[in-house]
Design a protein. Structure first.
Length: 412
């Protein structure tokens, strides 16, 4: 009897050992065939939602003045007075600096005197020409009566022609001296340096000052810079991938660290027709109204442009997207059987947190963590229910009592 009991005990031990070996062999075979563990995988899940998703491009750049130019002196001389300073408003054609004009005023007086001399010389030549003309006409009359010889008539004609020539020269000299006087007047006017522009607002602002009063200016030496700061231009550079999405007239939202609680609305007004080969980027300009003059040229800005928008779109968290056998898809949750089902999907707009699913139609829950260990039909371990609430946080579904999820392509 003892032998029989001992034999039964040995057989029981052998059977148990055989069962363990069988489980290990079959589990290893499953793992080899799928490349994944046969055990259930602990996962995190999130609900598939419907809502609005936007394709937004975010670019960084700087603000520039719409128009900026340097006011310089056209003549050399001492800077006698500087009328404006940094930050001052200037009007169109306003005098912003005065250069010492004593030398130029003297040149004007000299030119005016030379003009008077030229006019007097022209009057004298006109008188001589009138006398020579009468002598020539008298010689012609006397010749007809054979009182004077032909040589005397020729001499009178030559004198008249010479007086005509001298008169024309004197008239040309008058015009020359008059032009010289006007040029001297212009140079004198250059001693009053003006800020001039044609288009845009009547007033602008001084951005920089380059010299001080008393400085000896050279021709075309900068004095101040004048800029238009309403509107401003936000300059950004768009990469090759986003360039086809950018269109003229698109609205853009501009933000800056100087005013973190505010945003400014602009419009894309200009796009470069080429991308720089070194960076594969294209210059894009955004017109930004600045009626309160809060924004300043040189500020660092972020520009957001909405390329596309979808209403009532099917949305899944971005971590839910995985690839299996070259196909992109998601793992939906079969709650009743505690299984994960892989569904190939087609994606649309993808932003930093969500992805739009354009097909097929799916609903329920998707795996967002642990899906890299899953295959279609893998067992899963769902998160435990929150002890304070029968609903799993963020899902709206009781994971312990929820019904089995609908199959792929069907509404739950």
């Amino acid at each position: 009897m003892k032998k029989v009991s001992l034999l039964l005990a040995v057989l029981a031990i052998v059977a148990m050992a055989g069962w363990q070996v069988y489980k290990r062999v079959t589990g290893s075979a499953v793992q080899k065939s799928t490349g994944r563990p046969a055990v259930s995988v602990a996962v995190e899940v999130k609900p598939i939602e419907r809502g609005v998703i936007r394709d937004i491009g975010v670019f960084t750049g700087s603000l520039e003045a719409k128009s900026q130019f340097v006011v310089a002196s056209k003549v050399a001389g001492w800077l006698k007075k500087l009328v404006v300073n940094i930050g001052d408003e200037v009007s169109r054609n306003q005098v912003i600096a005065i250069v010492d004009d004593e030398e130029f005023a003297q040149q004007v007086e000299q030119s005016r005197a030379e003009l008077e001399v030229a006019k007097a010389n022209a009057a004298n030549c006109a008188s001589d020409m009138d006398i020579a003309k009468r002598e020539y006409e008298r010689a012609q009359a006397l010749r007809e009566k054979t009182i004077v010889s032909v040589s005397q008539l020729d001499a009178s004609e030559a004198a008249f022609n010479a007086c005509q020539t001298r008169y024309k020269v004197s008239v040309a000299q008058v015009a020359q001296k008059d032009a010289a006087l006007k040029a001297a007047d212009v140079r004198l006017s250059y001693t009053k340096v003006q800020a001039f522009w044609e288009e845009g607002d009547q007033t602008r602002v001084v951005g920089e000052r380059f010299v001080d009063e008393g400085a000896l200016l050279q021709v075309n030496e900068p004095i101040v810079s004048v800029l238009e700061n309403n509107p401003l231009v936000a300059v950004v550079h768009v990469i090759e991938r986003d360039y086809p999405k950018v269109k003229l007239g698109q609205e853009a939202v501009v933000t800056t660290d100087a005013y973190p609680a505010r945003s400014f609305t602009g419009t894309i007004v200009r796009m470069a027709p080429l991308l720089r080969e070194s960076s594969r980027q294209a210059r894009v300009e955004v017109n930004v109204p600045n009626p309160e003059y809060l924004l300043k040229p040189g500020m660092f800005v972020r520009v957001q442009v909405e390329f596309a928008r979808r209403e009532n779109a099917t949305l899944v968290p971005l971590p839910a997207l995985v690839r299996r056998n070259g196909k992109e898809g998601v793992f939906t949750v079969d709650i009743g059987n505690r299984k994960a089902r892989f569904i190939p999907v087609t994606t649309g707009i993808i932003n930093g947190e969500l992805a739009e699913i354009t097909g097929p139609q799916i609903s329920g829950l998707v795996v967002t963590m642990g899906n890299h260990l899953l295959e279609d039909g893998s067992g899963i371990v769902l998160p435990k229910r929150d002890a304070r609430s029968p609903i799993s946080p963020g899902t709206g579904v009781d994971l312990n009592t929820a019904p089995v999820n609908a199959g792929p392509g069907e509404s739950r």
